[in-house]
Design a protein around this ligand. Sequence first.
Ligand SMILES: [Zn+2]
Length: 499
Amino acid sequence: MKNFFKIYKYKILIGLIVLGLIVAIPFSFQNSEAIENYSTYKLNLVFNEEEMSLSGKEEVTYVNNSQNAFSSLYFHLYPNAFREGANVKVVSSNNFDEAFPNGASYGNIEIENVYNEFGNLQFQITGDDLNILKVDLLEDLYPDETVEIKIDFTVVLPNANHRFGYGESTINLGNFYPIACVYEDGKGFFTKPYHSNGDPFYSDVANYIVNLTCSNDLIVASSGEVCDKIEEGQSSVYSMKGDKIRDFCIVLSNNFEKVSTEIDGIKINYYGYKNDSDLQENLDFSKDCLQTYNSLFGKYPYKELNIVKSNFVHGGMEWPNLVMISDNISNSEDFKYVIAHEIAHQWWYGVVGNNQYDHAWIDEGLTEYSTYLFYQNNPEYGLNYEEMIKNASENYKFFVKIYNQVNGEVDTSMDRALNEFKTEPEYVQLTYTKGVLLFDSLRQNMGDRKFFKALKNFYENYKFQNVSPEILIASFSASAGNNLENFIYSWINGEVVIM
Ligand SMILES: [Zn+2]
């Protein structure tokens, strides 16, 4: 996600002092264990535009890629965060009016049946905030075994400019279906509820086959490739598929206008609104982003990328093969900045995943830093890398100063769960801004040749997986040829003082 804030363009000299010695001790490189057998989601969806609801039949072929046996499986029910009476907030109070311009509105997910070919399965709606579907298996599922689970559900959308909700121009179906919780060895299933800070999502890569029936007047943008479209009276049935993606998002609108191009064999679609004058400009910019990141990090592994303008309270949001860019950004340079950020997420979140709830600095830090790299490599867009770093540093120092003045102290540790940041600005400064400063500092420490090799190695070795901070540190250390553990921990633990 990109919580958009102004890029300040003043120049101030800064010094960056890193406290904490870098001790060259031997390190071990954690080898990646590539998963060959992915789970599959088959979704049959019927969208009812009058009721703003969606009925779904989901068939999950779940593969146990862990080392443990399971007697139950767990699925996130993110739409329940939007229900009336939810404990969690889907937006912070200062964003409420923008997210809900017509006042409070609610949505939810109802689970109707859970079963498979052997009969009905016992299930429970549980979690801290009715955010989890627990399904008891008929027999234990051992490592490498597969089980099929069918879930019938209905979701109701709130009138909200949010990831999940409908607004003036678009219907956003983000995080709308039951998706399996990630199992972490030694920790169990990750079942934390929604949070208004950041992107409270975490999932494994899977294969998707999705059929959607909706009214003919709606144009569909999604995380999948459209394989077929059949018109049946007033409705259309879309058949879509996505291989090795970690989520599936759909955006619908009768106000879309699509322009397309191709680069490096990848089709890029930009969905703006009818009569927009900047369709081609934003498409060309998106193409430059994809080309730059392909050459900096390694090639985007999918056939399509969709950049989708939508009514969304925050600046932008990423899903595999699809990014939402908020229609409330009026300045064209700012709009492009968000495109550059969200497209970079395809590498950091989409392909190389991480626990976005507990370690948001990994994907947001790398993504925001990649955005800076985009501008460094494309000077025609008018942002200067050195100036951007100086401004990030100034912003960060200003935040530390103000927080110290107001609270008498400031916690500058980065590796915190979303609910452990006290405010949204604290989350943004420590995850995005300090994330940028961390990766810039790491680049200075390693030198350009090793740093860019490290990004490529990290992408290549961990694609389609989830990484932890330990894996990131081991991977960059291996590329650097020395142990970066103390260096990186001094940043994320808050020991580094930026002056
Ligand atoms: Zn982001």
